[in-house]
Design a protein around this ligand. Structure first.
Ligand code: F6P
Length: 554
């Protein structure tokens, strides 16, 4: 396979980047009245403005040509056709089938998986109704109004993000907690706040072997038994979400209390599956279904729209431009909606676990930059923390600004102020401020010439900092679904262009294996341990130091 960075399309983009070096985005805007209209797309209720990237029609043409050269349209056909595009795990990637409400049937290796999906959705629906209505009760006859979701990675971040995002849709009186970390403090802090007789523990793990989740689940069950629940009550208070029936049963959860999903649903793409049970229990099944329907609408757009009019594709291509041709090593997710506070963490896994790879799907080292560092915070908090670097730092950081035009909780002029900040930031990043403008501002403030000389260099903003703006009317379940699906497709498209397999995660294995080998060397507190020899000097030294402290103070 020809290296994509040697292709004519890649070289054309490199030449575009060089040719644009001396042109500012400001100039691109002032010379082109149609820029906003041409570089924006509306789909599934989302509006994407990508005009504040340093692109021209020529650049967009070359980006589309690059997508064509890497076979993006064919890969799009193959993912929806259920081909085993996750080559290193020999799996299909069909999370879109989980939310397909059309009459389309998905067949995978001879099986109609749409029937499985419908059966499981029906089970989620019935269970949600029974729990929310109080028909299913806990061991003391009280309704189960509290959910503790125990899971990590995709079995935590997706439902956690969505439950937080849909706060205005929470069913009155219901409480949802998420426990992910193997640090027992998180579980202890949670257990302190709940009544065992009213709590449903949702053990979410695709594999049902993940150390953190299994440890937390076992401790939660021990606590439940110590708090008055009996072995016989466990069935009422514990359910499992998994693909691994054997492991679920071995843990002691009856398979009737198990909600299933399948190996063609990647962990970080699983919130639409049984992993979404905690969302359904928090906001009701109807709202969970609306979330799925919103995602489906975006899927329909993504699979049918031409690349140039395709919202996730253009998110992906502007990302490729910024990463590979403008040199942005990081990408900020900046939601101007407090309820999207968990979106950056969710997208960290979705993007970085998918595209943080240095080997192509066919096993060659990549010779180009792949996934950027993803980080973010809701606006306006981020403005008072790291935006300084976005505006004046030495590294280029691209950004997605996300905002609803209408707030779910109108209060005075809060939302107008929030939106004004969102718009101002994207404009400031794009425009920047030249030295003569900085000097003129200082003169207008009445500063003396020596002070102007001193301060002006610090008040210069280079500008040309790229951003996308993603608008929606309101953060509804449908809009959240469409937004998340857009990001999933964006990540897929970028993976195709970079030639990596976006659906495996071998990079998490080495640390996991080493942790298992280190664990036996850490004895209980108070117990003396032999000197460590099995690792490098740093790891041995740290291990001995920890063991000594634990021995002396235990
Ligand atoms: O971090 C690795 C990973 O495998 C993720 O991909 C996954 O979401 C997470 O662990 C949790 O896995 P599981 O759902 O099997 O417990």
């Amino acid at each position: 396979m020809t290296k994509i960075s040697h292709s004519a399309e890649w070289q054309a983009l490199a030449a575009d980047a060089e040719a644009l070096e001396k042109t500012s985005m400001r100039a691109l805007f002032s010379n082109d009245a149609g820029r906003f209209d041409r570089f924006s797309i509306e789909a599934a209720g989302l509006f994407l403005d990508y005009s504040k990237n340093k692109i021209t029609d020529e650049v967009v043409g070359h980006l589309i040509a690059l997508a064509d050269a890497t076979g993006l349209e064919d890969m799009r056909r193959r993912i929806f056709a259920g081909e085993h595009i996750n080559v290193t795990e020999d799996r299909a990637v069909l999370h879109a089938a989980l939310r397909d409400f059309s009459m389309r049937a998905y067949h995978l290796d001879g099986e109609n998986i749409s029937l499985l999906v419908r059966r499981e959705l029906e089970k989620i629906k019935n269970f949600t109704v029974r729990i929310v209505s109080g028909a299913d009760k806990g061991f003391s006859g009280k309704a189960l109004d509290t959910v503790v979701n125990i899971g990590i990675g995709g079995s935590d971040l997706g439902p956690h993000m969505a439950v937080e995002a849909l706060r205005p849709y929470w069913i009155d009186g219901r409480r949802t907690f998420f426990v992910s970390n193997v640090d027992g403090q998180q579980l202890v802090d949670t257990l302190e706040q709940i009544d065992p007789s009213r709590t449903l523990f949702v053990i979410a793990s695709k594999t049902f072997t993940t150390q953190e989740t299994m440890t937390n689940a076992k401790s939660a069950r021990d606590w439940f038994l110590a708090q008055g629940g009996s072995e016989g009550d466990v069935a009422k208070h514990f359910v499992a979400l998994s693909t691994n029936e054997t492991a679920v049963e071995a843990f002691g959860i009856d398979k009737d209390n198990m909600f299933q999903f399948w190996d063609w649903v990647g962990g970080r793409y699983s919130l639409w599956s049984a992993i979404g049970l905690s969302i359904s229990l928090a906001v009701g099944f109807d709202n969970f279904e609306k979330l799925l329907r919103g995602a489906h609408e975006m899927d329909e757009h993504f699979r049918s729209a031409p690349l140039r009019q395709n919202l996730p594709v253009m998110m992906a291509l502007t990302g490729i431009w910024n990463r590979n041709f403008m040199g942005a090593a990081a990408h900020a997710i900046l939601p101007y909606d407090q309820h999207l506070s968990h979106l950056p963490a969710y997208l960290q896994q979705a993007d970085m676990e998918s595209n943080g790879k240095g080997t192509t799907a066919d096993g060659q080292p990549v010779a180009w930059a792949t996934g950027p560092v993803i980080f973010g915070e809701p606006g306006t908090n981020g403005q008072h923390a790291f935006y300084q670097l976005l505006h004046q730092g030495t590294d280029l950081v691209s950004a997605d600004f996300i905002a609803p035009a209408i707030s779910q909780s109108a209060l005075g002029d809060h939302h107008e102020k929030l939106l004004a900040n969102f718009l101002a930031q994207t404009e400031a990043l794009m425009r920047g401020k030249a030295i003569d403008e900085a000097r003129a501002d200082l003169a207008a403030e009445g500063k003396a010439p020596p002070d102007i000389d001193l301060l002006a260099p610090h008040k210069v903003f280079p500008g040309d900092r790229p951003s996308n703006s993603i608008l929606m009317e309101k953060l509804t379940p449908e809009m959240l679904g469409a937004l998340v699906a857009a990001y999933e497709h964006k990540i897929f498209c970028q993976g195709v262009i970079w030639g990596v397999n976006s659906f495996d995660q071998w990079g998490v294995e080495l640390g996991k294996a080493l942790a298992s080998s280190i664990l036996p060397a850490l004895g209980p507190e108070g117990e003396e341990q032999p000197k460590s020899t099995g690792h490098d000097a740093s790891t041995n030294g740290l291990l001995d130091r920890i063991n000594n402290v634990r021995h002396q103070n235990g």
